[in-house]
Design a protein around this ligand. Sequence first.
Ligand SMILES: Nc1ncnc2c1ncn2[C@@H]1O[C@H](COP(=O)(O)OP(=O)(O)O)[C@@H](O)[C@H]1O
Ligand SMILES: [Mg+2]
Length: 344
Amino acid sequence: MTLIRLSGVTKTFLPQTRGEAPLVAVDDVSLDVAAGVICGIIGYSGAGKSTVLRLVNVLETPTAGTVEIDGVDITGLGERELRRLRGDIGMIFQQFNLFDSRTVAGNIAYPLEVAGRPRAEIRRRVDELLEFVGLSTKARNDPEQLSGGQKQRVGIARALATNPRILLADEATSALDPDTTQEVLALLRRVNAELGVTILVITHEMDVIRTLADRVVVMEHGRIIEQGPVFDIPPRSSPRTTRFVARIIEDVPQGDDLATLRTRHPGRLLTLDVREGAAAQADVFAAIGAHSVRFEVVHGGINDIGGRVFGHLTLAVDGETESVDRAIAAASAFATLTEEDTRG
Ligand SMILES: Nc1ncnc2c1ncn2[C@@H]1O[C@H](COP(=O)(O)OP(=O)(O)O)[C@@H](O)[C@H]1O
Ligand SMILES: [Mg+2]
């Protein structure tokens, strides 16, 4: 069952200064999110990810297209329906957005107070939520006494206060160190598995997608350039997405890294696409080794994405021009090799 549906959604922002062109933040985006899944949206800064969340949250209205929650077009809702919808959607943020003037318990109680719930019910619900996020002993603390990970757990508890069916996470772990990130991602998985909450998580970190999401949507310049189950993305994707994902993982050398490699290693730099399998890798090495050239692995990374191997190894191959040409030609029969000079 589709819970969130965007159909041909475009969001254009008018220019601040006269004479400038309008900015198309979201460009003809269509997206179905099934109830119960964790859907990740990944892309560079400025890709339009936050705007998509704000459209789902009715903080923005689409310039064109429709946004439906549970089959209801949310753009035309009246005040009361809008309030009910907002109770059905929780949101967490990179900077946590906690109220410093309220205790931990007070922060979690806030949405319930706004909804006018009875005090006894609020107290019960807050206790339950504190327990769920593992912060029962911190109820009376001020947010500034907490670590980043604890603050985000308060953010999650507050977002869940009204029992929403949808949780939107905007770079929710981007301000956290790797260990704390894993802790928060584990909690989000529990939110999904134990409470059945559908989660839309936006991030620029492939790691977050890999450990959390069932499905991934890749956005670039306001458009969706790829989407599918997480484990399917590398094998089935277009070269453009493969390169995009590789860059996010940072296993393809670029910029300063690439310049440094060039100064350190004579010869040609070629990047091997590892997802073609270990056998292909061995064949590539054997094929190059059969020619009188020197080669070494100078950069790369191999990742496990949803149980499938995905990664890149950059080789520096050096020797007589003709031998190098022959070695590379032979190796190319076994796997995709991209010359770093020709990579866009
Ligand atoms: N309220 C706004 N007014 C004008 N431009 C905006 C507004 N919100 C976002 N943008 C622009 O829309 C584009 C997409 O922004 P955003 O959705 O925040 O991207 P992301 O979250 O992927 O970094 C950016 O160029 C951004 O500057
Ligand atoms: Mg953003």
